[in-house]
Design a protein around this ligand. Sequence first.
Ligand SMILES: C[S@@+](CC[C@H](N)C(=O)[O-])C[C@H]1O[C@@H](n2cnc3c(N)ncnc32)[C@H](O)[C@@H]1O
Length: 235
Amino acid sequence: MAEPTDSQLISDYLVDLYGADPFAHVRVASNAHRVEHAASLGRGGEQTCGVYPSDAPKMRLLATVLRATGAQRILEIGCGLGYSALWLAEAAGPRASIETIDRFPDHIELAMRETEDLGFAGRIEFHQGEAQEILLRLSGPYDLIHDDGWFAEEPPYFQRMVDLLRPGGLLVMSNWFLLGHATTDKPEVDWSQFAGPDWATNVKAYARRLTSHPQLHVSFIMQPAWLALACKLHQ
Ligand SMILES: C[S@@+](CC[C@H](N)C(=O)[O-])C[C@H]1O[C@@H](n2cnc3c(N)ncnc32)[C@H](O)[C@@H]1O
């Protein structure tokens, strides 16, 4: 068996410290689904399926943020099998509204099943389709938006997310390990296979766009959460 990476050791230690991951089995199911789904998608299948579930320490951090801010209207891009949406719903409490988006109908179906099985039925609203289109139909303001769909470049729906956020609201963007890899030039994976040869330039350009955006105040949280937190300052 391969030795665990430092990142994995830190993550396991933190989860143990926090008690346990209440949705661990959804994480396991997400990883299993990705492999299964890939078989029907052909070349690049796992990447196309895209269900790479969030890490528990990242979700714990978001749960802390939700509790501190009292965010009640929450939107997520990238439902997968619902692992992160369940964490958000639990932390925000039973009166909160959680909406999550995914392009694959079977991801939505599996996520709905998990939600019902875990007693969260009615607390998470699912939207199936391309985020770019769905976001145009939704109306804000949201207290918090979690973008777990973007990958390696500014997504086409970026400004729409900002527009949907209330002033003082928080845009949380996952997957910023890519900025770590682009900065150190020591990627653990050859991202050009999935995101093209300019992935590092594109990731840095998106980071620059965020930090220079007049409506946002942005901080990046690197290992092990790999998050960017951006507070909307004004309309
Ligand atoms: C990283 S996974 C989400 C994992 C999930 N948030 C969790 O923590 O388990 C990304 C998901 O977003 C979906 N996705 C990516 N880009 C999207 C887009 N532009 N519109 C709709 N769904 C998208 C993929 O189908 C995939 O299921």
